[in-house]
Design a protein. Structure first.
Ligand code: MV4
Length: 493
């Protein structure tokens, strides 16, 4: 392997390029018309245009990506996350073009992209699944009977797809048939398939996931767990490792279940096995993500490993360079997702130009960003701007470092969720590690703005902006956007 085409954008494209550089691999970035000059195109050795802003015609176009790989003379493709990363047809097309796909083969994506099949596979392998129904008989009468057998509340889940789309919680018999019809309708239009599975609805669960890594020789290792219970509309907001919910015994059991799941799936490359942990301590397989996750850096911080390097090594056919029993976790790591959304206004996206950006630094602080001063945040893509990651010897230290890192983070020009992140890490329930998937709804209702003092860095940013050239002197002939127009939701004075 000599040259990697990075089939993605934003922070993950930057992240993948960093490891390629360290490994002496050349990198080719791709960009849509909305991303000309974007940070990820500047950190790669070269950058190729792949089409218009609409993702369907650029980052989601298998033909456009393969054409770019051919033009660049790349011999491998890293898909990042999102876009084509879990598309079995893409993995197959990359391999058919004679290139190395840095991820699992197509049949693994397809196997785990089907909840009904994945549930059966896991149950057969002895991995605990939520009590439920994953049968082939999909008639209304059979599903209604099975739901009553499972006992209310029951969750209806489309077998394809994810992200909560088409899911329904049913709390009583008489609500079942209308909910089934709604779930099927949504699934058919989103995934072109209306097969569903039924599961007992687990109340107030925690989201625990196990990082796994497998090579082509059948070696499977886990890199411990992450807890990602703090979510908003099925988007993770804060993640950490180790989970404050697990004792050593429970951790061993969950991680062993993750490895068993990966073996049952004949898994290759890096993957994540998601579990629900119920308040009694029972855990159940939820689904498997057949890609590198957004939150992989917390695992890197506590293990000292580079997951992208391990992905590349395994994809190149090398055996796992880590002994499964040699993985040691040190300390605690936290990640906060910084996004261009207004948390106090229905998470309204806030596109625009980043007028000023100052990443935090300091001991135990890592900033994985896809933006810099001058970047354009487009309505066409995910609003994630960057991830602030902190490591500490203890959970308390990682939290203190995060609180300070967030106070020092400056992003001006678009509204961001920085003050919600500050409110989360300051919250007593968060500090106690008392987390569940309804944490934000319970503690930080979007109806109630939780004011946080302006970042210490804001004062420095104001000074820097005052030194910027006058509006007429920026060389474009267009007026400079008013730097005071949007101070991330803060008013001066
Ligand atoms: C569940 C559940 C409760 N019981 N399944 C939501 C997205 C998908 N990946 C799985 N999801 C859930 N499945 C049963 N049987 C609750 C959720 C859920 C959730 C899970 C993890 C993290 C955040 C969540 C937010 C809402 C619902």
């Amino acid at each position: 392997m000599k040259k990697v085409l990075i089939a993605n954008r934003g922070e993950i494209a930057v992240r993948v390029a960093r490891t390629c550089r360290v490994m002496g691999l050349a990198t080719a970035a791709v960009y849509s018309e909305a991303d000309a000059g974007a940070l990820h195109t500047r950190v790669a050795d070269e950058a190729l245009p792949i089409g218009p802003a609409e993702a369907a015609r650029s980052y989601l176009s298998i033909d456009a990506i393969l054409d770019a790989a051919r033009r660049a003379g790349a011999d491998a493709v890293h898909p990042g996350y999102g876009f084509l990363s879990q598309n079995g047809d893409f993995a197959d097309a990359v391999a058919r073009a004679g290139l190395t796909f840095i991820g699992p083969p197509g049949d693994v994506h397809r196997r785990m992209g089907d909840k009904k099949g994945a549930r059966r596979l896991m149950a057969a392998a002895g991995v605990p699944v939520v009590p439920g129904y994953d049968g082939d008989d999909q008639t209304d009468d059979v599903l209604a009977r099975e739901a009553a057998r499972i006992g209310w509340p029951v969750m209806i889940k489309p077998s394809r797809g994810g992200g909560g789309k088409g899911m329904r919680v049913v709390r009583a018999e008489k609500e079942f048939r209308p909910a089934l019809a709604g779930s099927r309708r949504e699934a058919r239009s989103a995934f072109g398939d209306d097969v569903v599975v039924l599961e007992k609805f687990v109340e107030r669960p925690r989201h625990i996931e196990v990082q796994v890594l497998a090579d082509t020789m059948g070696h499977v290792a886990h890199l411990l767990e992450r807890e990602c219970s703090i979510q908003r509309r099925h988007q993770k907001v804060v993640e950490e490792t180790p989970s404050p919910a697990l004792g050593e015994d429970q951790r061993r059991r969950v991680c062993a279940a993750g490895v068993a799941a990966a073996r049952a799936a004949s898994y290759v490359n890096a993957g994540t096995v998601e579990f629900l942990l119920d308040p009694s301590g029972a855990f159940y397989f939820l689904e498997m993500n057949t890609r590198l996750q957004v939150e992989h850096p917390v695992t890197e911080c506590v293990t000292g490993l580079d997951l992208v390097r391990l992905q590349i090594e395994v994809a190149a056919g090398r055996p796992l360079s880590i002994a499964p029993d040699a993985i040691v976790a040190r300390g605690h790591a936290l990640e906060c997702r910084l996004s261009a959304e207004d948390p106090w206004n229905g998470d309204l996206p806030s596109p625009g130009r980043i007028l000023h950006c100052v990443p935090p630094d300091g001991p135990g602080v890592r900033f994985d960003g896809g933006i810099a001063t001058g970047s354009e945040v487009s309505v066409h893509y995910d609003p994630l701007l960057a991830k602030v990651i902190t490591w500490g010897a203890s959970r308390e230290e990682s939290i203190e470092r995060m609180a300070e890192a967030l106070r020092r983070t400056v992003v001006l020009g678009v509204v961001t969720n920085l003050d919600r992140l500050q409110a989360i890490v300051a919250h007593p329930a968060f500090r106690r590690g008392d987390l569940h998937t309804g944490f934000l709804e319970e503690h930080l209702s979007a109806l109630e703005r939780v004011p946080c003092p302006p970042a210490e860095g804001l004062a420095a940013a104001v000074l820097a902006l005052r030194r910027q050239p006058a509006a007429s002197a920026n060389g474009t002939g267009r007026p400079v956007p008013d730097p005071w127009a949007n101070l991330g939701g803060w008013r001066l004075g």
